[in-house]
Design a protein around this ligand. Structure first.
Ligand code: IYR
Length: 246
């Protein structure tokens, strides 16, 4: 039984619990040592994740992609609307069309200076260019579309809330799932990527958010020797920390 005594305004209120279904949270309490060990393991594993630009053509079973999407779709979202749609492509001809269209856009970005100098110099250490061969070689491409608004079969529109936030979290969970299952990907945003809506036959309420080529890394592949920011550069603690939390 829940002990509400800390709260003057318990959630759900008795009325809310009458009006809507609620269930007790399933939660596994860990010991402090287990918690730190889990955190250390997870961090160590995630710190090994790298964006990979040369994937192999080795097949990846569909089931793995489906499970990764299921995991991604556990992301929290505004009003629990889950405003995302993952579109998976293994069809060589469609992958080829995506590559051709993406390279066309990127040619303008890189060779006709659609990206300004500041942008191009920020990318210099990554050495990206308009060649996107991985789009054809990777066994899978998954495009995450944001569902900008809801569209019923009869054409009625409905508002979706915090779509970008939800999709960003879903994308994070997706790459985490892929990494955990021993696959690799690149969070790729061919720019502009409106061509994907048409090419993949998606409805007007969906907009491409990010594209993921997915597969195994090509044996011996090189990745940029980048360092991640130190904790002190990404974490600021404001105010006093009570003794028992230190
Ligand atoms: N969309 C281009 C450019 C690009 C932009 C950023 I910011 C990157 O981190 C990497 C690439 C491309 O995909 O090449």
């Amino acid at each position: 039984m829940r002990d509400d005594s800390l709260y003057k305004h318990p959630y759900p209120s008795p009325q809310l619990a009458k009006d809507y279904p609620y269930i007790e949270l399933e939660f596994q309490r860990l010991t402090p040592d287990q918690m730190q060990a889990a955190a250390d393991d997870f961090y160590a594993r995630m710190d090994k994740r790298r964006s990979v630009r040369m994937l192999s053509d080795e097949p990846v079973p569909r089931q793995l992609i489906e499970t990764a999407v299921s995991a991604a779709s556990t992301a929290p979202s505004g009003a629990h609307q889950q405003p995302w749609r993952f579109v998976a492509i293994a069809d060589p001809e469609i992958k080829r069309q995506i590559r051709v269209a993406a390279e066309e856009e990127e040619r303008t970005n890189y060779l006709e200076n659609r990206m300004n100098e500041e942008w191009q110099s920020a990318l210099a250490p990554l050495g990206t260019d308009h060649h996107k061969e991985f789009l054809e070689i990777a066994p899978w491409i998954v495009v995450l579309f944001e569902e900008r608004y809801r569209l019923s079969d009869d054409g009625t529109k409905g508002h979706n809330y915090y779509v970008k936030e939800g999709c960003g979290i879903a994308a994070g969970l997706f790459i985490t799932a892929l990494h955990t299952m021993g696959l690799t990907t690149l969070t790729h945003t061919p720019s502009p990527m409106a061509f994907l809506t048409k090419l993949l036959g998606r409805p007007a309420n969906e907009r491409p958010f990010v594209l993921f080529p997915i597969g195994y890394p090509l044996e011996g592949v090189l990745v940029p020797d980048i360092k991640r920011k130190d904790l002190s550069e990404v974490l600021t603690v404001v105010g006093d920390v009570p003794e028992e939390l230190s």
